[in-house]
Design a protein around this ligand. Sequence first.
Ligand code: PLP
Length: 377
Amino acid sequence: MSIDTSTIRIPSVLLPSDGRFGSGPSKVRTAGISALADAASTYLGTSHRQPTVKTVVSRLRAGMSQLFSLPDGYEVLLANGGSTLFWDAAAFGLIERRSEHLVIGEFSSKFAKVALNAPHLESPSVIECETGSVPPLLRPDSSIDTCAFPQNETSTGVACPVIRPPGDSLVLVDATSAAGGVRFDANATDVYYFAPQKCFGGDGGLWIATCSPRAIRRIEQIAASGRWMPPSLSLPLALENSRADQTYNTPALATLFLLAEQVEWMLEQGGLEWAASRCDQSAATLYGWADASDFASPYVRDPGSRSTVTGTIDFVDSVDAAEIAKVLRNNGILDTEPYRKLGRNQLRIAMFPSIEPSDVEALTACVEYVVEALATA
Ligand SMILES: *Cc1c(COP(=O)(O)O)cnc(C)c1O
């Protein structure tokens, strides 16, 4: 059967106010872009070693501390490269000998592979669980000095509780898509790391990590042991530069600016509790709609493990999710395709704080319209 899907027009009354539902890069708020445009002539294209830029870095570091209610002694580190580079940096600067990884999808498996392939580390312990199901809690034995798990596995839409495993290993939480949209207790983490292009609605290319005093001691101990590390991945250098509100090498100034604006926006609105509640509201709408639908259902069976920031919705075989995503795209609703390697008949919908809950509701109405139109085409 071949349908000319390009002729399907969603009525404008049904359309969301903004069509960006991608899980990263994600919607960037217009207010942030306008503020950047206003500041541009004295900010963009100026030295990152001067107060104009360092003030922005200072604002974003202070903003993160406040947003996450960081306990005394926790510090905000940042450097170029995004979360993927942070895994490499962690293999050099945080894992002492052996790590344990919870692998529940593509992103968590990538960090485990970094540790597996690092010649200076022992083979990691990898706890895998079937994608989409309830993740087990880690129970590291005494050979483990570092534990790693994601707070939100973006490839599948599974959320993990942030709980400190038993023992005294460092706890590294991949919060790339959760930070700023999901509640957590920083006391349960030693390193909570993320990038700006998800909940913080900024641009990619930067990693940010909140580090406990224990994590900082670990960074310093490994450095003192003389372990070789490439300077661009060196956490001691990141620590030293972050404390001076700088990055080791030149950062993208627009990215820093958008991030500072976004964290201050969240704080003005009511902080993490406000942002997480907004995501909860969007998630209740999306999963509520899918639960009630006879052609769609939440991919993650256990309601408690369903992400409130990246929703994954399966469709019955007779409805082609790829066709829906294509028609949505033709109508200006972007990036609802599932994670490419998951290979399911699914849509993935970001519900980050920048995305209006009413737009998630509008999106469900648009999907209903498209399914109907595809059935009768
Ligand atoms: C997006 C994402 C990453 C990768 O982030 P980059 O900044 O592109 O390196 C890692 N982990 C999770 C959970 C993600 O969602």
